[in-house]
Design a protein around this ligand. Structure first.
Ligand SMILES: Cc1cc2nc3c(=O)[nH]c(=O)nc-3n(C[C@H](O)[C@H](O)[C@H](O)COP(=O)(O)OP(=O)(O)OC[C@H]3O[C@@H](n4cnc5c(N)ncnc54)[C@H](O)[C@@H]3O)c2cc1C
Length: 245
């Protein structure tokens, strides 16, 4: 970590930062996919440029709120343009790249590691075709209510409802892909004493309790659909035109 990262040196890096400012900043760094992107510079393993010095007086800013200095023209080795640039090849990024490419968008996925990242292996869904074939049927709103209760209401119910209402077609899509790739979808009954939620048998595993099997399948499909993946390439900065939208 560089010395100018206030998180390293300041015991209270958020002092002077309102909750609103903090949320605004987190929203910005949390964006995974950028629509209509122009990918410049980015020679493999190009390090992130040093943040530009804060010039205006005002409330203290966290390091992630300070935009990096522009990349010098001479450092730009190559320029590529795309309709969609996805940053980060975790399962979310791989799926985003696959969906974008499948919809016909020219898609580039960049990942700072040498390979995609995938951990665990349990994929939760309710009312998938497999579950229905096992005679399982759940009421989405009841699932969300129970999850909220078990979590002491510390949840984003809107987000959870979005998952509950939409997870089954996505799981069915992934199960169809798995069949195409000769990967067996395994179910974990959740009826063993150590199950997280014995009430809901939600777990789907692709091939084994190993999420890299699912990630590998998504990677292959995304490439087959025309997405271009650059590994060992970190996103250094987001350049927005106007308001960025
Ligand atoms: C040990 C372990 C076991 C888990 N088991 C399960 C489980 O069984 N079931 C379950 O549902 N969840 C499980 N989880 C949680 C799950 O792994 C995460 O929720 C999931 O990986 C999030 O996926 P993601 O694609 O959003 O993010 P990530 O998987 O974190 O992917 C983000 C990617 O972005 C890349 N990246 C970051 N910054 C940049 C940059 N500037 N430029 C380019 N690339 C960048 C990272 O290298 C990374 O590859 C587990 C987590 C852990 C740690």
């Amino acid at each position: 970590m560089s010395k100018d990262n206030s998180f390293d040196t300041d015991p209270n890096p958020l002092k002077g930062l309102s909750r609103r400012d903090f949320l605004k900043g987190s929203g910005l760094v949390g964006a995974a996919a950028v629509g209509g992107g122009l990918l410049a510079a980015c020679s493999p393993q190009a390090g992130a440029p040093t943040p530009a010095a804060a010039t205006t007086a005002g409330p203290a800013k966290a390091a992630f709120e300070i935009p990096p200095a522009p990349i010098a023209k001479g450092d730009i080795k190559q320029t590529e343009s795309a309709d969609v640039v996805v940053i980060g090849a975790g399962v979310a990024g791989l799926m985003a790249a696959l969906s974008a490419a499948e919809a016909g968008a020219k898609t580039i996925l960049i990942e700072k590691s040498a390979k995609f990242n995938a951990r665990g292996g349990h994929n939760a869904a309710i009312n998938s075709k497999i579950q229905q074939s096992e005679g399982l049927k759940y009421t989405p709103v009841q699932v969300v209510r129970d999850l909220a209760r078990w979590a002491g209401n510390r949840i984003d119910s809107e987000l959870l409802m979005l998952w509950a209402n939409n997870c089954s077609p996505i799981m069915d899509y992934m199960c169809d892909l798995a069949a195409k790739h000769n990967i067996q979808v395994l179910r974990w009954g959740n009826d063993v004493p150590t199950a997280y939620y014995p009430e809901y048998k939600t777990v789907h595993m692709f091939g084994a309790m190993d999420q890299t099997i699912l990630a590998g399948m998504l990677e292959k499909e995304a490439i087959a659909k025309g997405a271009v993946i650059h590994y060992t390439m970190a996103a250094a900065q987001l350049v927005r035109q106007g308001t960025g939208r």
